[in-house]
Design a protein around this ligand. Structure first.
Ligand code: 9D3
Length: 239
């Protein structure tokens, strides 16, 4: 999968995703990341890409022309037009389902705004999807773009090492993760739940399922409701 990120801060994207699992995925050639500096498409000699808003109000807006030219340069480099995802607080809130949908694309163009946003006319021309990562205010779309790329990348076959399947991971089944323990058996007077040392795998599985259900009920009643609607006979596992 090829990510093309249109941004005024390409080094932020490269630095943020160049390490750890996403960095390894790039080195293995499973994903590629092209951070395109929108400023490189400024048509004036000062490389200015922002201006005041018509109608007044505080702050500067990213102008249509450099955003359009940067986007078109990427589109023209591709064999078929790619979806263009605009990271914006006004978008639909990102989730695992949207990540799965986007993971099916060969190329994805991700547009990051800064300042007070982008001239509406270019958005109408190029954007196919609008995504927010949640109801809090950030300074720009770069961190959200990294969140989206990280989430999609780990769904691509081979990105997670040694046979770990993203699909059997916690949360993907609609429940929160059960608690986990490693050595030592006793730490600061706290023991590992004895059932985990019993060697009875069926019992361990049942306990973990119970813990997942309990945790989800207590911490994420919204997820719990949804899960119970989809698994009407699961309530007894919680007891
Ligand atoms: C101060 C300007 N705000 C006027 C009410 C609007 C605004 C525009 C741009 C607020 C924040 C931003 C920068 N944020 C993003 O570009 C962004 C974002 C976010 O802030 N929260 C959650 N998801 C996203 S995706 C892009």
């Amino acid at each position: 999968m090829n990510f093309h990120v249109l941004t005024l801060f390409p080094e932020m994207i490269e630095q943020g995703l160049g390490t750890s699992i996403t960095g390894r995925a790039m080195n293995k050639g499973l994903v590629s990341l092209h951070a395109v500096n929108i400023r490189d498409y400024a048509a004036n000699k000062h490389k200015k890409v922002d201006d005041y808003t018509y109608g007044g109000g505080a702050g500067m807006l990213m102008q249509a022309q450099p955003v359009y030219d940067a986007c078109m340069a990427v589109q023209e480099s591709l064999e078929k037009p790619a979806r263009v995802v605009y990271m914006t607080p006004q978008g639909s809130i990102f989730n695992q389902e949207k990540a799965k949908e986007l993971a099916l694309e060969e190329d994805l163009i991700i547009l990051c705004g800064h300042y007070e946003g982008i001239d509406e006319r270019v958005l109408e021309e190029v954007v196919t999807d609008e995504i927010s990562i949640g109801d809090y205010v950030l300074t720009g779309g770069e961190l959200p773009a990294m969140v989206v790329i990280d989430t999609i990348s780990r769904l691509i076959p081979g990105v997670l090492g040694n046979g770990v399947s993203a699909d059997t991971d916690s949360f993907m089944n609609g429940l929160l993760e059960y608690p986990q323990y490693s050595r030592p058996e006793i730490w600061r007077d706290k023991a590992v739940p004895p059932i985990l040392l019993s060697g009875d795998h069926a019992k361990v599985d049942r306990w973990r399922k119970q813990q997942s259900l309990l945790r989800t009920k207590q911490r994420r009643p919204d997820l719990y409701e949804k899960y119970m609607k989809e698994h009407p006979d699961a309530e007894k596992d919680c007891k």
